[in-house]
Design a binder for this molecule. Structure first.
Ligand code: TRP
Ligand code: ZN
Length: 882
């Protein structure tokens, strides 16, 4: 908690560490109330350090120091100093061993950073700066050390004791205690340290690497959850094989462990050899987890596993380089999911996410570059920009280089930088060195914030058969960056002939006629013209195929052309995008003009897409899903909360009514065939289209439809179908909704992750009394502010997925959020500050809502003892607009 105004850390102030730590010996006497940590560090002056005045400052917070020695000699009071967040050693030799003994208090640790208690187990979370809550250390990623960790605990209470690396010793001690020692042969930064102590069960498997190394795989969970680990284990083995095949990366220890924890601030953590997970991303059984959950598990397991090379073997020099590991690892997990599932559907859901979260972040008061240049609290920068836009920036380089050169470049990166803490600049240099590409201008993607806006214009000259495409780029100002230089933007485009087939794209001056299909143009200047020759008729352009760059596109295209693309584009992503643009147009028209009648040709286009059984069902479900209310809000200069909600409801109801028979047909045709649940792209697609049909039908249900929905709720044999029905019934309300919610609670009251869904469904319910319902649920015995998953299910979902009720014009939603933020801040600042982010784009709303939100932000900022996390978000939200 801060006293004075917290200060910003800046990239330009980076200095190499004055000391390095070669070895760390940790000894823990574990006890939830009072844990003893003895640490012995082997330190030596860094030959690369630029300054040094003979003293050394170590990080340390919330530690009770009991003993301190240098080279075996206890220090006297004048030889060191301790304050809130550091330990200073005066007069030190160039090489020495430092012993410290501290006490820490895991059971009082509600921030879930450092060593904390979750249920009956003890666990750690050290990224980004949590290790300093365990012991005094140089807690920065460019200090890489070899760790040995000895764990001592009561054997009955904590039979399982885990840490990084390989186990090298285990024995019983007196007093019912036991000891386990772990050694990690790979030097690592402190943020990758982990330990776990608990009464856990494990499932085991093995994996033989490409070069023949035998690896033991273990997933540890609380005993009641051992029957929910199979999907996670399958995902892990798939990911291990994929990384060998696609990136030539093998696992490097004898054992790889995953532990599922129920109190966790984020998704999961890639600690060396010991990944610690939010249990939401491990546990799944067909009757407890939805397809979305299965999918999330597969990709998060892969993500953390892939960090072993992109993050652990090669790590970040400082936290400004966070995207070096996160952007690259997200790119890797996206490619993995595309390869093991459906590439088209994966691209659509990734772009949906990017547009929903990253574009809006880029347009708000916390906009920052992929490589930020300053922060107050690093925990606030685990953002969609660093993760998702960072992945797009890697993807653009992969596409610019092509698959062979990109593989050479990543091979070079792994070889050149293994064992080092490096920068995004080092990464880009490998891309250049292995390919000969010049990425000088491309580097701006790391340095400049904001989403580039492209404006395209097309013109066909029938006389000459030339189609001219002009493209301009402009990037709006963002905090601290009033003016932008042009980006290097890859543009993948196609031109369709009247038959819907791709035409060959020959640029003026080229003699050879290229094959028909997609071509990648490169935009570098503020404005460029591309002239395609040899065309016999006006083509229909398909721009930004597969979304080649994280940009917005403005292009006047007729509804007819969009429908044509929706039906014929060879690029599945663009068929989806054309449909989205059409629906968005129609919805925004409905917002502006409530009397606008949904044209029949819209329903016809929707119907013909729905009845086209040739394609992939999952892709079809994406095509036929309306843009969310939140996304529509992003398209308006001043958000019309109620207008959007009404328009959305009108269109959904209209689809449900005019396509009733077709939707019913689709619903019936895609019923399960009685075989057990399978998580395959086909089965997932079938459930998706069927539940989407039910969704539209339920917008104006008669007794028959309601009966179908109730039947699916009561008899569905998997959580995907049951949840879909429950959510529709809850939104429908009445006795049916109430009964379903009650039955669901009774059935699942012992399954915490399922109860999260029960809270979330009610929080997202758009019925008018939603806020009251949420307030009421805060009093429910199963609700707790101390469990982040629970907080996200109730408060997070209400504030982010229930736009119309959160933004109620009386300000009740805002007051509710501010109250929760202030309540949570002393307990868990990371979670408090993440919640608060749902209110920082207040400038986009009408005057009334603006002043209501503003008042709440001021109320927060005027509170004493705010955390740095919440202070940074609230103060940046209120800073003067650009
Ligand atoms: N590095 C983690 C990842 O894989 C995320 C992470 C960062 C995290 N800080 C955390 C997870 C704090 C849990 C708690 O993306
Ligand atoms: Zn990550």
């Amino acid at each position: 908690m801060y006293r004075d105004t917290p200060h910003a850390v800046r990239l330009k102030d980076y200095q190499p560490p004055e000391f390095l730590i070669d070895r760390v010996d940790l000894h823990f006497e574990l006890d939830p109330d009072r844990t003893l940590v003895e640490s012995i560090l082997q330190l030596r002056r860094n030959p690369a350090a630029t300054r040094g005045d003979g003293s050394l400052v170590l990080h340390g917070e919330q530690l009770d120091l009991e003993a301190i020695e240098i080279d075996g000699h206890p220090l006297t009071g004048s030889e060191f100093g301790v304050d809130q967040d550091s330990l200073t050693l005066h007069r030190i030799p160039d090489r020495f061993s430092l012993l410290t003994r501290v006490r820490i208090h895991p059971s009082l640790n509600t921030a879930l950073e450092g060593l904390y208690q979750s249920g009956d187990m003890l666990c750690t979370q050290c990224e980004a700066e949590g290790f300093r809550r365990i012991t005094y250390f140089l807690d920065r990623p460019d200090v890489m050390a070899r760790f040995t960790t000895t764990l001592v605990a009561d054997k009955a209470r904590f039979p399982v004791l885990l840490s990084n690396g390989n186990p090298i010793e285990a024995r019983d001690l007196d007093g019912g205690r036991h000891l386990v020692r772990w050694e990690d042969p790979f030097p690592k930064p402190s943020y990758l340290f982990a330990l776990i102590a608990g009464d856990l069960s494990a499932i085991e498997d093995r994996f033989t690497t490409a070069s023949g190394r035998e690896v033991m795989l273990k997933i540890f969970v609380e005993p009641q959850n051992v029957d929910k680990c199979d999907h996670a284990m399958r995902s892990l083995k798939k990911a291990m094989r994929w990384d060998e095949e696609r990136f030539g990366r093998e696992y490097d220890l004898d054992i790889f462990m995953i532990v599922a924890v129920s109190h966790f601030n984020m998704g999961a953590m890639e600690n060396k050899g010991l990944n610690v997970f939010n249990d939401k991303f491990v546990l799944a059984r067909p009757d407890t987890a939805t397809d979305v959950d299965f999918d999330g598990i597969e990709s998060v397991i892969a993500h953390e596993y892939f960090h072993n090379w992109t993050g652990n073997r090669i790590t970040c020099r400082d936290w400004f380089q966070l995207s070096l590991k996160e952007g690259f690892t997200v790119y890797r997990d996206q490619e993995f999911s595309a390869d093991v599932g459906s590439r088209g559907v994966k691209r659509i859901s990734d772009v949906r996410l990017l547009r929903a979260h990253q574009f809006s972040e880029d347009a708000g008061p916390m906009a920052h570059p992929v490589r930020p240049d300053s922060y107050i609290e690093i925990n606030n920068f685990y953002t969609a920009t660093v993760y998702q836009k960072g992945a797009e920036v890697v993807r653009m380089q992969a596409n610019l280089l092509g698959p062979e050169a990109f593989r050479r470049a990543t091979d070079l990166y792994f070889e050149r930088h293994d064992g080092q803490a490096v920068t995004t600049e080092d990464f880009v240099r490998c891309m250049e060195d292995a390919s000969g590409c010049d990425l000088t201008q491309f580097r701006r993607w790391y340095e400049q914030a904001g989403t580039p806006e492209l404006t395209a214009e097309g013109e066909f000259d029938a006389e000459t058969g030339v189609y001219t495409l002009s493209v301009r780029q402009f990037t709006p100002p963002t905090p601290g960056q009033p003016e932008k230089s042009p980006f290097h933007v890859p543009l993948a485009i196609g031109l369709l002939g009247a038959d819907g087939e791709d035409l060959p794209l020959r640029l003026e001056g080229e003699s050879e006629v290229p094959r028909a299909g997609t071509r990648v143009l490169e935009l570098r200047k503020e404005e460029e013209r591309f002239r395609f020759v040899g065309l016999s008729a006006k083509p229909v352009p398909s721009l930004l195929r597969a979304f080649p760059a994280p940009v917005k596109l403005r292009f006047e295209q007729s509804d007819e052309d969009l429908m044509f693309l929706m039906a014929h584009d060879s690029d599945g992503f663009n068929r989806w995008d054309a449909a989205q643009t059409l629906m968005q147009r129609l919805l925004l028209t409905l917002v502006r003009d409530p009397d606008h009648v949904v044209p029949d040709r819209f329903c016809d286009a929707f119907r013909s897409a729905l009845l086209d059984t040739a394609g992939d069902q999952a892709l079809l479900a994406e095509v036929l899903t309306l843009p969310t209310e939140g996304y529509l809000a992003d398209q308006m200069d001043v958000v019309d909360v109620d207008g959007i909600h009404r328009a959305h409801a009108v269109l959904e109801r209209r689809i449900g009514e005019c396509l009733r028979a077709d939707l019913l047909g689709v619903y019936r045709a895609n019923a399960g065939d009685g075989s057990p649940y399978a998580f395959t792209p086909q089965a997932v697609g079938r459930r998706a289209i069927r539940n989407l049909a039910l969704h539209y039908l339920m917008q104006a249900p008669d007794a028959e439809i309601l009966g179908l929905c109730q039947d699916q709720f009561a008899n569905g044999d998997n959580m995907t179908d049951v949840m879909a029905a429950l959510s529709l019934l809850a939104n429908h309300g009445g006795t049916e909704g109430k009964a379903a919610l009650e039955a669901f609670y009774r059935r699942w009251s012992k399954e915490s992750l399922v109860i999260d869904k029960w809270f979330a469904v009610q929080a997202s319910c758009s019925r008018e009394d939603a806020l009251n319902q949420v307030l009421h649920l805060m009093e429910h015995p199963d609700f707790s502010l101390r469990n982040p998953n629970r907080v996200r299910s109730l408060i997070g979902v209400f504030c982010n997925a229930n736009q119309v009720r959160f933004h109620a014009p009386d300000g009740g939603g805002y007051r509710f959020l501010a109250d929760r933020v202030l309540e949570l801040d002393p307990l868990n600042p990371q979670i408090a500050s993440r919640l608060l982010k749902s209110m920082i784009r207040w400038r986009r709303f009408d005057r009334v809502r603006q002043s209501l939100m503003c008042a709440e932000l001021h109320r927060i900022l005027d509170t004493e003892e705010l955390s740095k996390d919440v202070y940074e978000v609230a103060s940046k939200a209120l800073e003067a607009a650009q």
